[in-house]
Design a protein around this ligand. Structure first.
Ligand code: PEP
Length: 252
């Protein structure tokens, strides 16, 4: 059965001390009252990875970087490689977040390299896709997301593809308080699963965890996660307080 994943994306928030406190608080709640069949992931800044890995029970809480370099190593000042991320004990890496595409010019070509390096270093990519409001208003979201997938992860072997998770995050829903309706989210995730089935076969499609992200919170997570194709969430704002994050983890 495919995994249910609830992943927090802390973005550029928390000092290292605050991050450790937050991780400990989430860990405590997950260990004592968290749903056992949900994979919980904390997406922290690079600087926090080692400390957060040390602060949590790795059998219940995983740790993710929010990015990695497109090159393996070398003269790339300021970059953090997939191997470096892996060496912290983190197991996941969020790739292709719309904020990275928009503010840091990440293209499909860059993402191809990042996904390949993440996989080669034993990290699980949480690959993000999703359309802007103008694309949704033109009702072109399916074609848009299909192209994103084709250009970045559909060129993988079925074996490599089956190691990653996908997060559909409509840009108009990220940090806006506007959530995609349950029907919109389910429709897109079913569409993505159908594309995976066409490309890699039904068995791979059935095993791929596809998450929804975009203003997901304790109030709407229950309804979203009840949908047949929604295997969890990528959570921004609501992952920054343990007491907001736990109800989302327990929304199944
Ligand atoms: C995100 O940035 O991945 C996200 C889903 O943010 P928020 O939950 O704050 O909309």
């Amino acid at each position: 059965m495919r995994k249910k994943i609830v992943a927090g994306n802390w973005k550029c928030n928390t000092t290292i001390q605050e991050g450790i406190e937050l991780a400990k608080a989430v860990n405590e709640l997950v260990v004592t009252t968290g749903a056992k069949d949900v994979v919980v992931v904390l997406g922290t800044p690079f600087t926090h990875l080692t400390s957060v890995v040390a602060a949590v029970d790795s059998t219940r809480v995983g740790v993710a970087a929010q990015n990695c370099a497109a090159e393996a190593k070398g003269a790339f000042t300021g970059e953090v490689s997939a191997a470096m991320v892996k060496s912290t004990g983190a197991e996941f890496v969020i790739l292709g977040h719309s904020e990275r595409r928009e503010y840091y010019g990440e293209t499909s070509a860059t993402l191809n390299k990042k996904v390949a390096l993440a996989l080669a270093n034993g990290l699980t990519p949480i690959y993000c896709c999703g359309e802007a409001l103008s694309v949704r208003e033109a009702n072109e979201q399916n074609a848009y997301v299909k192209t994103q997938l084709e250009e970045t992860i559909f060129n993988l072997s079925a074996e490599d593809f089956s190691k990653l998770a996908i997060a559909y995050e409509p840009i108009w829903a990220i940090g806006t308080g506007v959530t995609a309706s349950t029907a919109q989210a389910q429709e897109m995730l079913a569409f993505i699963r159908g594309l995976i089935a066409e490309k890699f076969g039904k068995a791979v499609a059935e095993e791929t965890s596809i998450l929804y992200g975009g203003s997901c919170n304790a109030k709407n997570a229950n309804e979203l996660f009840a949908q047949p194709d929604i295997d969890g969430g990528l959570i921004g704002g609501a992952s920054l307080k343990a007491e907001d994050f736990l109800p989302i983890i327990n929304a199944y």
